[in-house]
Design a protein around this ligand. Structure first.
Ligand code: URA
Length: 445
């Protein structure tokens, strides 16, 4: 086979065979197909797309470029969740232990924050000692013994994706739905799961700004899952404003612990319960989504989910005392309060701008190799729809010696819109795409 012929076929709108796709991906991973040839093919895919069978073969080839974890010795249906990323999205922290508390194994390989979006690994690492770079063997054992492991991407999982993603980043081929869908699904399918729940976000703080694009991405990922023999349910969720009241790593851990103690912000609880209900249903531990939701609320309020999070933290060398004593988590030395400049309502809160404001303080990273400051971040004192009076606190800024404070404030003043009338709020859970499940799923106002 020749790379030239494969590129030309896709450039001219043709359909690649499974053999061509496997050969090309394999040769690229081994360094026999040159980066410029893969770039050309990625651009041809950008313009001409991939059919469903091509996409299944493309994803399968990427996932087989490395180790495909076998969790066969772990009893039960293994279920994970993937979110396409947002601002203040700390859902994995309460969700994974709550689902595992019901006996559904949750093998979760998570990512780091980039740009305005946060990442689960950065949040977990703000717990002193918490280790996310565990070995594959540790991961397998922990999923078996504890029921859940929250680890970072290893070099063995889908290496072709890592190589290709870096290439797409510099060749303007990141924002291409078939390439995004296959990239995400190849990593998830390598984890050893049986089923997956996707939280595909849309809105200002999301990767997909438009709901229609999120819908295409979600459907594409479901179709890949189906071809690879996995059950996949997707939720489209609104990311116009941050989730919960905190943005910043240690602050988000504190808020997640509130959810694990039966409290927490209504939007974080609603999303945790909805996604968890789906995971329990897919994992065979709930007869329908209503029972799944009830079970999620039970373990969040009776301490079972918190106890599971303790076990996970201990197994990953984290200091469990920090779960009961937030003063053991990193804390920023200074606070500054942004107050309201008018009477009215919070009409809108641009999630992307809030994420960038937190990044100004050092809470996020611009490039993959940057470090984050776990202590800094934002505590929102008001959310969209709430009434304010001039002088009321809008955002508490946790900063380190003024680093980034001025630009953070400037962004927040633009991000928060104060209106005279209360805005019409959009539902958080906009749509469910999945096999017909008995029981209703509740959209959250
Ligand atoms: N996230 C991924 O993992 N891959 C993409 O291509 C885009 C976002």
């Amino acid at each position: 086979m020749r790379a030239y012929d494969v590129i030309k076929l896709k450039r001219d709108g043709g359909v690649l065979s499974e053999a061509q796709i496997r050969w090309f991906m394999d040769a690229y991973t081994r360094g026999e197909v040159a980066p410029e040839q893969m770039s050309a093919l990625a651009m041809a895919i950008f313009f001409n797309g991939l059919s469903a069978p091509e996409l299944g073969a493309w994803t399968d080839a990427m996932l087989r470029s490395g180790v495909v974890l076998d969790l066969g010795e772990v009893p039960g249906i293994k279920v994970d969740k993937h979110s396409t990323g947002g601002v203040g999205d700390k859902i994995s922290l309460p969700l994974a232990p709550a689902v595992a508390a019901w006996g559904v194994p949750v093998p979760m390989v998570s990512g780091r924050g980039l740009g305005h979006t946060g990442g689960t690994l950065d949040k977990l690492q703000s717990i002193p000692g918490f280790k996310v770079d565990v070995t594959v063997e540790h991961y397998r054992r922990q999923v078996h013994d504890v029921g859940c492991c929250l680890m970072g991407q290893t070099r063995e999982l889908a290496p072709a994706d890592k190589k290709l993603y870096a290439l797409r980043d510099v060749t303007a081929t990141v924002d291409c739905i078939p390439l995004i869908a296959s990239s995400i699904m190849s990593k998830k399918m390598a984890e050893g799961i049986d089923a997956l729940v996707l939280d595909v976000k849309f809105g200002s703080g999301a990767f997909m700004k438009e709901r229609k694009d999120a819908l295409v991405l979600a459907s594409t990922m479901r179709s890949i899952g189906e071809q690879l023999g996995k059950k996949v349910t997707a939720y489209l969720t609104n990311m116009e404003e941050p989730l919960g009241y905190t943005v910043g790593n240690a602050l988000e851990v504190v808020e997640s612990l509130e959810v694990l103690r039966g409290g927490g912000p209504p939007d974080v609880v609603a999303l945790t319960v909805a996604l968890g209900a789906e995971m329990l249903w897919l994992g065979g531990k709930a007869r329908d989504l209503a029972e799944g939701a009830l079970r999620m609320r039970q373990v969040l309020s009776n301490g079972a989910a918190l106890e599971k999070f303790r076990q996970i933290t201990r197994a990953q060398h984290g200091d469990v005392r920090a779960l009961d004593d937030p003063s053991l988590l990193p804390t920023a030395p200074h606070r500054h309060t942004l107050t309201s400049w008018a009477d009215g309502f919070i009409g809108a809160m641009d999630a992307e701008a809030v994420g960038l404001a937190a990044m100004d303080l050092g809470a996020g990273r611009a490039r993959a190799e940057d470090n984050v400051d776990p202590a800094v971040g934002l505590v929102l004192r008001r959310k969209v729809g709430e009434a304010v009076k001039a002088g009321d606190a809008l955002v508490e800024i946790h900063h380190r010696d003024g680093r980034g404070l001025e630009s953070c404030l400037a962004r927040l003043r633009k991000a928060l819109v104060i209106t005279e009338v209360a805005p019409v709020r959009q539902p958080l859970l906009a749509e469910r795409l999945g096999d017909a499940a008995p029981g209703a799923w509740a959209s959250h106002p």
